[in-house]
Design a binder for this molecule. Structure first.
Ligand code: F6P
Length: 326
């Protein structure tokens, strides 16, 4: 292998820079030219790139975001877009492309397989943790930690004002962030896809109201609901309105939003990103269409189809702990 390219694609995740650093240093040690393309697949379409050197990546491990920038790329849903990516890779004589991103980015890799014969390796990075074949994705631990610290602060004001708070967290369509953050902050209620299927929202509403009213009677001072984004019609504001209209319960809303994607990666994400990055370069010598993951302490290589098409359930142990406590 003489030349390897990297992109960071989709929602940025803390630890992407650490993965870039590991890949570049690893390539340098093996005498492989390492090219970074900017703005995800868009940079491959527009041919926006630079040769990455160890000097450029040594000081980046502790920073959130990505030095290569990131973007979503609607053109990857068209044959022309995918062909243009393949053309750029051929023009630069790239042997292997490492895609650091989430499931949408990996679907782009699958599309590219039809037009490019180089090797494609995925490194899972998304705060949502919604990829199978890895216990954790890069950025997830940091996002959980950021949201936990934010809710600890909200709890102070919730206690002081004896308020009900609805805190909406990210996760797209999965509840890994909601459940982990809910447990870490002793939230009185966690509402997510896994425990609130859309057909049961009426029942969820009634039991939530009962739970709040019981707790208020018993003089508990605050009630924090951790709500997964995209679950409740109208989001956190919609749930606030429902509680008010149905039971005259007042609540305050906080949508944590993008603060969960930013900030310095926690040590777990720095280490995970470094391990996955180094293993990605090893895999790029002989494999293609695989994602590097880590399960039960072991680095693994799995077909990207398996990683994206299976849904990773929220850890059963976490789910059970929550059920035991409510
Ligand atoms: O996939 C990461 C994520 O932050 C999701 O949690 C969220 O639903 C989505 O990206 C937001 O995407 P955008 O940056 O396009 O608004």
């Amino acid at each position: 292998m003489e030349s390897l390219a990297i992109i960071t694609s989709g929602g940025d995740a803390p630890g992407m820079n650490a993965a870039i650093r590991a890949i570049v240093l690893s390539c340098h040690a093996k005498g492989i030219k390492c090219i970074g393309f900017y703005h995800g697949y868009n940079g491959l379409i527009e041919d926006e790139c630079l040769t990455l050197t160890p000097e450029m990546v040594r000081p980046i491990l502790q920073y959130g975001g990505t030095i290569l920038k990131s973007a979503r790329c609607p053109q990857m849903h068209t044959d022309d877009g995918v062909k243009n990516v393949a053309k750029t890779l051929k023009r630069h004589k790239v042997d292997s492309l490492v895609v650091i991103g989430g499931d949408g980015s990996f679907r782009g890799m699958m599309a590219l397989q039809s037009y490019w014969s180089g090797r494609l390796i995925g490194v899972p990075a998304t705060i949502d943790n919604d990829l199978a074949c890895t216990d954790s994705t890069i950025g997830f631990s940091t996002a959980v930690s950021t949201a936990t610290h934010a809710i600890d602060k909200i709890r102070d004001t919730a206690n002081a004002f004896e308020r009900v708070f609805i805190v909406e967290v990210m996760g797209r369509h999965s509840g890994h962030i909601a459940f982990n953050v809910g447990l870490a902050t002793a939230a009185e209620s966690i509402l997510s896809f896994e425990n609130c299927p859309s057909s049961s929202l009426e029942q969820v509403k009634l039991s939530l109201i009962e739970q709040i009213q019981t707790q208020q009677k018993n003089n508990h001072t605050s009630f924090v609901i951790v709500l997964a984004e995209n679950l409740w019609p109208g989001g956190a504001q919609g749930l606030k309105q429902t509680l008010n209209d149905t039971a005259n319960i007042e609540s305050a809303v906080c949508v944590l939003g993008y603060i969960q994607r930013g900030g310095s990666p926690c040590p777990e994400d720095r280490i995970l990103a470094t391990e996955l990055g180094i293993e990605a370069v090893e895999a790029a010598y002989s494999e293609s269409g695989v994602m590097i993951g880590k399960e039960q302490g072991k680095l693994i290589r799995r077909c990207i189809i398996a990683a994206t098409e299976q849904k990773k359930p929220v850890d059963q142990a976490i789910h059970s702990v929550y059920q035991t406590l409510t």
